[in-house]
Write a protein that binds this ligand. Sequence first.
Ligand code: SAM
Length: 277
Amino acid sequence: THFGFETVPEAEKAKRVYKVFESVAQKYDVMNDAMSLGVHRLWKDMLLHVMHPQPGARLLDVAGGTGDIAFRFLDYVRSQQERQQRRVARSMQTPSWDDISNNYSTEDEAEPQESTAVVCDINKEMLQVGKQKAEQMGITTGLSWVVGDAEELPFDDDQFDVYTIAFGIRNVTHIDKALQEALRVLKPGGRFMCLEFSKVTNPVLARLYDAYSFQLIPVLGEVIAGDWKSYQYLVESIRKFPDQEEFKGMIEDAGFYCVQYYNLTAGVVALHSGFKL
Ligand code: SAM
C-alpha cells in the first residue's frame, strides 16, 4: 500500500499498465537484461525448447511487447526446417534405416512450410520498438504486429497452433477472460504456454529474492530508466500474482487439458502449459 499501486481500483489498472509500458518501451530491453542479469533470455529459450515448434506452426504471442518470443519462435522453426532439409538431402543420396523406417516422403518435406508469428500487444509503443528490432534483424516475412487486448483478441476462433504469453498475464485485469480468449483462438490440439513470475520454492532463496526485488528493482528502474514508479508496479504485480498451483487451477477452470508447469530458477518463474482438445 505504501507503493500506491496496490489499492488501484480495477477500472484504473488497465490505464496504469498502459502508462507503465508506454513510458518504459524504449528502455524495456535494457531493463530486462539489467534486472534479470540476462536470465530472462534463458527463460525465453526454455519456453521455445519445451514448445519445440515445427515448420508450418502458427504462433500467437499475446502481450508480446518488443517481440522476443516471436523472434525466437521464427528462429527455432527455421533451424528445424534446415535440419529437415539436410535430412532430406542426405536420404536422397543414401537412405538410412532411420529414413526408411520413418517412411519419409522426400517430396513432401522438400516443400518448406511457412511458419507465422503474430505479436499482439495492447501497447503500440512496445510494438513499435519490436518492429524496429525486426527491421534491424532483417526479419521481413512471417511476422505481423497487431494492437489488441488479451481480454478481447481481434482474431477468429481456431486460428493458432500455439498461444504464448510471457510476463504479460499478470498485467491483464481479468485473467479468466484472457484465458477464455486463449482457448477460443487456439485450434483444437493447440497449446497454451505462459511464462510468468511465480513463487520461489526455497524459503531461504525466497527471502533473498524478496529483498532483491523490493529494494533493488525500483532503484535500478530509477537509475537506468529514470522511472521508479513503473518498477514499483512491476514488483507489486509479481507479488500479487497467484502461485504455481493456483494459476494451474485457473487454466484448468478455463477449459484446458493436461495442464502442467515447470519451475524455472527455483520458481522465480513458472512455465505453465495446457492444451485445447
Ligand atoms: N512478452 C514480452 C517479453 O517477454 O519481453 C513483453 C512482456 S511486458 C513485461 C508486458 C506486456 O504486456 C507489455 O508490453 C504490455 O503492454 C502488455 N499488456 C498489458 N496488458 C495487456 C493486455 N490487456 N492485452 C495485451 N497486452 C497487454
